[in-house]
Design a protein around this ligand. Sequence first.
Ligand SMILES: [Mg+2]
Length: 422
Amino acid sequence: MRSTPRAWFGISKSWNPPVERVIVHADMNSYFASVEQAHRPGLRGKPVIVTADPYGNPKGRRSVVAAASYEAKKFGIKSGMPLFEALKLCPQAILIGGNPHKYAYLSRRLYQLLKSYSDLVEVYSIDEAFLDVTHTQHLFGGAEKLAFELKERVKKELGITCSVGVAPNKLVAKMASEWQKPDGLTIVKKEDLPEILWEKPVEEIIGIGEKRKLKLARMGIRTIGELAHTSPVTLRQVFGIVGEYLYNAAWGRDDQPVNPFPPSPKSLSHSLTVEKNLKTFEEKQALLLYLIDDLAFRLRQEGFKAGKVAVGLRFLDLSFKFKEVTLSPPTSNTRRLFAYALKAMEGLPSELPARLIAVAFSSFQSLKEEQLSLFEESSKECLKDKTKDEIIKRFGPETLFYASSLKIKPFLFKGPAATGLT
Ligand SMILES: [Mg+2]
């Protein structure tokens, strides 16, 4: 009889044979642009660029490409590219001012959908997640059927496509989801590893950016196969602890678990640079309410009350000043948060023209901890918040807002292409 690893490692009682894991990585395709195309049929099939200057002037000089639709990508447009460069490649591209509210909301819906396939879902970014389906795949007829169903549901329920990778670990699942885009599905079995990786260029390994790629190239290493056949000692000498990771990655090894508990945020913040300087206190007040309204919604969705509110202003000479106030008791109510934010803003030279307002909430307390604020949570105000949140969740963030927010329009919109709030 063959000796078992139990004997090799001298472990006697608690050793369990390792279960082969099945990890799914789902990555939404051209997320922001796809969401806009799903919501506005007129944009489908057209080169669309979502700009990273939220609500600002999408044609503004400071703007960059936040996402490009597949039709725009064909012209060589990439995320992160300055907008003027992208427009040189494709002057007819349709520009959309990004709407982070909407993308975050859809991302939460996506998370709920993914949760129906496993309790172990790790949100990796706004449009990507890992699922450990090792113990649930059989309920869906195996990993492949599960992945197909998941893709179909994302298409049907959110109107967007995603690329999916299935593999024995997170590292390979993420790499595999890149291999077929858009709308792809790649399944890597344990027996395909590590050879399936070896033809690929080293930069496909997560964590190998331009710098490390260059360093490896200088060592004559361009493919993952070449990396796998480099001495781990050498890699360790050159890259330190990362060298060990690189060596294991080249052999398709990764034992990081899917972590369904992301660290809870310590603060939430939001800021806006305006197109037209904010001159009066009233103008600043209107924009402040707009920001607080948005951030308070996020705060409640995260399940927190804030104990501190900070407001910052950037002036025309680019200096930045901020003031923080403590809330007693902490709250998640928009009106109270706004009242405290106003107090903070009064402590700033708010008569000076400003070009940016920033708001941050911190010192969080769970919404579930009722304590003394039991009163507050049951008040009419909180009921108003809850009702408003429900409407926003159902019909989208632009359906309900404070009338005074209309006053800020001239500061946010300029030029016919700005469509951030449509
Ligand atoms: Mg993506």
